[in-house]
Ligand binder design. Structure first.
Ligand SMILES: NC(=O)c1ccc[n+]([C@@H]2O[C@H](COP(=O)([O-])OP(=O)(O)OC[C@H]3O[C@@H](n4cnc5c(N)ncnc54)[C@H](OP(=O)(O)O)[C@@H]3O)[C@@H](O)[C@H]2O)c1
Length: 258
């Protein structure tokens, strides 16, 4: 049975494109009313228009506390509730070895990827979820589960987000469930450098043999947000076509093909 979110209201941060837009689309398809955020109101509104009739776009830099509060206040004023929060907006400005990053890039990564989920969750809990229940889904990354060269600061932020998911799950239970998805390489603007010119190296180490598409992750987010996941909390679902488990399986598949 598909996730049913009829009558529920969901907020998805960073939803003008990519995984956030796919999550908003899946939540809307499940019957929910969806609020999509992005840094500009124009981008958020355009994305909302593409999702459907029960979608609203609001501009809010995810780490701007005043903008976040204004967004949550507006959601409550317009829809009277907030049942689902998807902390999806993420950034990766710090490339290269961790010891060579400046403080500004480190701080921006942590502010957007780690602090913002705390900020938005607090606002949603205080405004509605603490008293009425709800579900939070964080977009982490398989980078939070394994080390890799060149994206160390980003991966540290996502590892911390996975742990934050567990921490908030116990702090907010039983009213609010808190879970995460950990996508592998998905075809979006953020990961473009990994697949635009040569998708081969990624697909070759993916047992399921293709790049991820935003909808692969969006449907997992909608599941975790829905009553179908009502006994799941503190969990991180890996959505990666087997990339994390799978170089051996991928190699075998290649040799079978050869
Ligand atoms: N793609 C992958 O392979 C992959 C893998 C693992 C995890 N992830 C995670 O998935 C999440 C979504 O990334 P994506 O791949 O879908 O990237 P994307 O296509 O570049 O989308 C990023 C979204 O976040 C918004 N955004 C960026 N900075 C923001 C900010 N400061 N405040 C509010 N919104 C902001 C962007 O909107 P505007 O530019 O319009 O503001 C856009 O809607 C991120 O948390 C990322 O770390 C991605």
């Amino acid at each position: 049975m598909a996730a049913d979110l009829t009558g529920r209201v969901a907020v998805v941060t960073g939803a003008s494109r990519g995984i956030g837009l796919a999550a908003a689309t899946a939540l809307h398809a499940a019957g929910g009313t969806v609020v999509l955020t992005a840094r500009t109101g124009e981008a958020a509104a355009a994305a909302a228009a593409s999702v459907g009739p029960r979608a609203l776009g609001i501009g809010a830099h995810v780490a701007d506390a005043d903008a976040a509060r204004a967004c949550i206040d507006r959601v409550l004023a317009e829809f009277g509730r907030i049942d689902v929060l998807v902390n999806n907006a993420g950034t990766n400005p710090a490339h290269g070895p961790v010891l060579r990053q400046d403080h500004a890039r480190f701080a921006k990564t942590m502010e957007v990827n780690l602090w913002a989920p705390i900020l938005w969750t607090r606002l949603a809990v205080d405004a509605w979820m603490g008293a009425h229940g709800g579900a939070v889904v964080n977009t982490a990354s398989t980078g939070g589960l394994a080390v890799a060269h060149d994206i160390g600061v980003y991966n540290v932020s996502k590892a911390a987000l996975i742990h934050l998911t567990r921490q908030l799950a116990i702090e907010l239970a039983p009213a609010v469930r808190v879970n995460a998805v950990a996508p592998g390489v998905v075809r979006t603007r953020l990961s473009e450098a990994l697949w635009r010119e040569q998708p081969g190296p990624v697909t070759d180490r993916t047992p399921l043999g293709r790049l991820g598409e935003p909808a692969d992750v969006g449907t997992a987010i909608a599941f975790l947000a829905s009553p179908d996941a009502s006994w799941i909390t503190g969990e991180t679902i890996v959505v990666d076509g087997g990339q994390t488990i799978g170089s051996g399986a991928a190699a075998e598949r290649l040799s079978v093909r050869a």
